[in-house]
Design a protein around this ligand. Sequence first.
Ligand SMILES: *[C@@H]1O[C@H](CO)[C@@H](O)[C@H](O)[C@H]1NC(C)=O
Ligand SMILES: *[C@@H]1O[C@H](CO)[C@@H](O)[C@H](O)[C@H]1NC(C)=O
Ligand SMILES: *[C@@H]1O[C@H](CO)[C@@H](O)[C@H](O)[C@H]1NC(C)=O
Length: 617
Amino acid sequence: MWMCGIYIASVLHIFFACFVLWVVPVQYVFYADLVAFPVSLFALLRDIVSRWYTLALAENLRKASSVIDSASNSSDESDRTESSARASGTSKARKRNGNIKQTVSAIANAPSSNFQHPEQVTLIKNIINGESSRGCGIPFGKVFLLIVQIALFAMVLDFVYRPLIFPGENLFIFRPGFVSHDTAKLHIRYSDGGQYELRYKPLASAGSAAAGSVDWNSAANVPWESAGHFDPPTNATDYTVTVKLQNLKPSTKYAIELHSLESTLHAPSVLLGSVELTTAPVPGSPARLRFGTGSCIKPNFPYRPTTTPDVYGFASMLGHSDNLDMIMFMGDFIYADVPQYIGGETEDYRRLYRQVYMAPSTRSLLRKVPMLHVYDDHEIKNNWHLKDKPPMGSAMTAYNEYNGKPNPPTVAPDVAYFNFTHGNIAFYAWDTRRYRTLWETKEKAAGEHTMLGAEQKAHFFQWLRDVNQTAAVKFVVSSVPVTTGWSNHDSNQDTWRGYPTERTEILEMTKYVPNLYFLSGDRHEMAATKLASGNIEFSTSPISMFTFPIVGNFVKDSGGETTLHYRRPGRVKYGIIDVDTVSDPKIPKVTYSLYTTDVDDAQSPAWIYEAKGSRWN
Ligand SMILES: *[C@@H]1O[C@H](CO)[C@@H](O)[C@H](O)[C@H]1NC(C)=O
Ligand SMILES: *[C@@H]1O[C@H](CO)[C@@H](O)[C@H](O)[C@H]1NC(C)=O
Ligand SMILES: *[C@@H]1O[C@H](CO)[C@@H](O)[C@H](O)[C@H]1NC(C)=O
């Protein structure tokens, strides 16, 4: 029974730990592991120690009884005419010897002993009888199992609590944020104190040099311009700041450098970092745009024991980064509550952002490619629908410091949704979280509930009317899918499927807007869907997260929709979208390519879709 218990606890711990580290880092399995590990540790240790102790005891008893045997034998033989006092001493010794032998057999036969296994009882009897040695008394199999258990648990702790162990307080960030035709935002995190300076110079304009070839000689002769001296960011913003360069030329590649003005013995300033970026074409003009889309990141999942945890999806995207104009990140950049919610203070959230920015691939990728963001529930807490209730405030503070400020300008100062253009390609990024009808009241107000809120929806509809005939291609970015294909309990509440009235209202509008595409993420699965309105949605995730084992949650061709492609497996999945409104100004081309490390290690697309463009004006 006891042996059985040891193995059950050990097997459960191994199962839970492996599940959290390599299958799905789900909270309840992590909690179950927190229980299974100490039980299995205690059982194994108790077994190892008591076995060692009992065998040692048996050995000592055998030695003791043999000493007494020889002592009493010799006293019997040496002097049979000793005094009565001595004779009585000998009989005492004999009696003790008898007691010890009784104890020995009692240990071997005791029903409560750990040694109920017949082989072990035999072993102990043999030791006592001097017929066998106890060896070193250590059960190596169980010790090995113990080491495996401890190692697995250490990995689980590292995976879950790494943000607390390595909070990344000295993290340095210098990356391009939103780049318009005449401005560029630069996102900086710099905690070393001291004033800094931004310098920039044009390298080449899209017209002047063949794509990808920069005339370095002429670039070398262009003098650096200073964008100004700045005071260092402070702990009030977790040492982050977003600086905007103005009056840049459209479609032009720039080099930008960040210098610390703290002079050293050798130099008046120190180069901290440099980036290159290319400004967008003039608004309204035909354009080519290549951008990545994806969502959902848990650094170092699936787990690898390493000192530099990475974001595996970014490592893969880096291979396609040379000609990417931007990445549209669609939410769940951090997982505040997976597998455990670490706390609702601003600092708790900041630590998680720093983890993602610390990863080597994030650093390499974001130096080269501007990333724009919408947030989703895990930037706050799973399935967030409680408007501005805590911890929304602290979550948004950290989100803005790391991802929000470097975004395009928002529609109003205190909102997160935004719209922008790249030539004649228009984008609208929704905030699908902050304005949701509370679920508790949803039933009461059946049919009335909203995901966008009245103000955002009105602005979005205005935008739709404005870009309808001015933009060749329109992208609407939603953190949660528009398709009704995902229909499990969670999706019913959390995605657009749970907001059918507003969804219908929106699709009635977009139905007559040519070349409008929805982009979303969230489900850790990929689905390209032709919605009943005729608009196409590309829902692509995760960039680095689990997928549901064995079965997915997607129902193809649901509710008048046509599923163009569906893919469940692949813990790295992202899309790359090519838009071309230049080749044929009347009929734009949009090509979607799905990449996953499961297919050709994401070297080539797992699926390509060339959307049929419509005449737009
Ligand atoms: C920022 O640092 C100052 C001292 O340099 C300290 O007094 C203050 O409490 C810190 N503020 C935060 C928000 O950590
Ligand atoms: C955003 O959309 C509104 C409404 O159509 C429009 O007035 C505004 O110019 C757009 N902003 C940008 C940056 O394109
Ligand atoms: C977009 O333009 C088309 C064609 O002119 C028109 O039928 C449709 O109502 C317009 N949609 C919106 C939202 O303005």
